[in-house]
Design a binder for this molecule. Structure first.
Ligand code: PMP
Length: 408
């Protein structure tokens, strides 16, 4: 089956793609780090700054009202995007990292105690490791790690064995940024429920590829960043179940998150504002509605199908390249391919590809423990988005094969 999308047309929405780099047409395969932005999103930023730049929520004048309406429309778009039950459950953050830190800090410091256990996995990004380590240091709780197999899939029977009445929290990645593995998070949440643990899902790499329904998943928290789903950098969403968010203390203190302040006592604002201290990144939040609208217009299923075709095509071609090994061969994967080449450092591979206009990521992908699990110092990683093409895969595979042959 071929894709229903008109990729040539879609590429017109992303002017950045039609440039040359080092004299070669740009092939942008670093989408897991950040996706490119369509004109609809870029124009939303310009419209905001040229038409109605103003602070939100506190002003009575025309511009403040317009900015506030646009800001809150993005919250509604995000609610719809992940199917949260209410707007009170949709907190605007700086991104995935801040969302996880907010939960670990606010929920964690109130409810996690010495001897409690928190489960994460070997596949986690540092953003879903370090906040929990910090919490464990502060509380005396214990961090437990779900192991993986050689394909980069979680060992579910090990996870099951780990769950016990001391397990208070499970925080796992939906889709691995380094390997592309899709984790069976719905099943994992059900299993955690049996011991009464809460679950946070790191959806940073999931929302651009998979349909996300937080009510169907029944997760307690869900976090993602706008910039990986055709939105801009510096903003993201934390979803939390209302009654749990209500029970948590504020994360940052300041303007907006308060109801009344006196030197004797301060009372806090209602949800979601209790967790939104200070002036937010208004323009970028406003633009989020357009990023979500863009994905909705194309259809997640169509995007996923196109990216899956690229993944299958690229994987087959790459398997024919001598001395190349793909790291991460899970049955359920998104369009992310990590690889190493015998005798060639991943950094040199990245440089050689760059010289040919091809952008891939090299290094540890903020997953150092995962790299250690495979006994490697890092990988090169190609990751696809809706605007990528088979022709680009052909260029990439050709230049990659040449680079490995030359350097190994
Ligand atoms: N988790 C995962 C799985 C990611 O891929 C990333 C971004 N690479 C993050 C967390 C952190 O996201 P951000 O830097 O946007 O906060």
């Amino acid at each position: 089956m071929t894709t229903k999308l008109d990729i040539v047309q879609i590429r017109q929405d992303f002017p950045i793609l039609s440039q040359t780099v080092h004299g070669k047409p740009l092939v942008y395969f670093d989408n897991a780090a950040t996706s490119q932005k369509p004109l609809q999103v870029i124009n939303a930023l310009t419209d905001y700054y040229t038409g109605y730049n103003s602070n939100v929520h506190r002003g009575v004048h025309f511009l403040a009202d317009k900015a506030t309406t646009a800001f809150e429309e993005s919250r509604e778009a995000a609610r719809r995007f992940i199917n949260a039950a209410s707007l009170e459950e949709v907190v605007i953050t700086k991104g995935t990292t801040e969302g996880i830190n907010l939960v670990a800090s606010s929920y964690g410091r109130k409810f996690i105690k010495e001897g409690d256990e928190i489960i994460i996995s070997t596949l986690e990004h540092h953003a879903n490791i370090v906040p929990w380590q910090m919490l464990c240091e502060q509380t005396g709780a214990k961090l437990r790690i779900i192991p993986i197999n050689e394909q980069g899939e979680l060992l579910m029977d090990e996870y099951e064995k780990m769950l016990n009445p001391r397990t208070k929290f499970v925080s796992v990645v939906y889709v691995s940024n380094a390997l592309g593995t899709i984790n069976p998070v719905k099943e994992m949440i059900k299993m955690a429920r049996k011991v009464g643990a809460l679950v946070l899902i790191d959806g940073a790499q999931a929302v651009s590829h998979l349909d996300t329904d937080v009510q169907d998943l029944d997760c307690d928290f869900f976090v993602f960043s706008a910039h990986k789903v055709y939105g801009t950098t510096g903003i993201g969403i934390l979803y939390g179940k209302k009654e749990i968010l209500e029970s948590m203390p504020p994360f940052l203190g300041g303007g907006e998150m308060i109801k009344e302040v006196s030197f004797e006592k301060t009372t806090y604002n209602s949800l979601p504002y209790k967790f939104e201290a200070g002036t937010p990144n208004i323009a970028d939040v406003v633009a989020l509605k357009y990023a979500i609208g863009y994905v909705e217009k194309l259809g997640k299923a169509n995007i996923a199908q196109h990216e899956h075709e690229l993944l299958t095509y690229a994987t087959e071609k790459m398997q024919e390249i001598p001395k190349l090994t793909i790291i991460g061969t899970a049955k359920e994967k998104v369009g992310v391919i990590s690889f190493v080449a015998e005798g060639v450092h991943h950094f040199d591979l990245g440089m050689m590809l760059d010289a040919n206009g091809i952008a891939v990521r090299t290094g540890t992908h903020c997953t150092m423990p995962l790299m250690s699990r495979f006994g490697i110092s890092g990988t090169a990683r190609a990751s696809f988005a809706v605007y990528n093409t088979k022709e680009e895969v052909d260029i990439f595979v050709r230049e990659l094969a040449k680079a490995i042959q030359m350097m190994s």
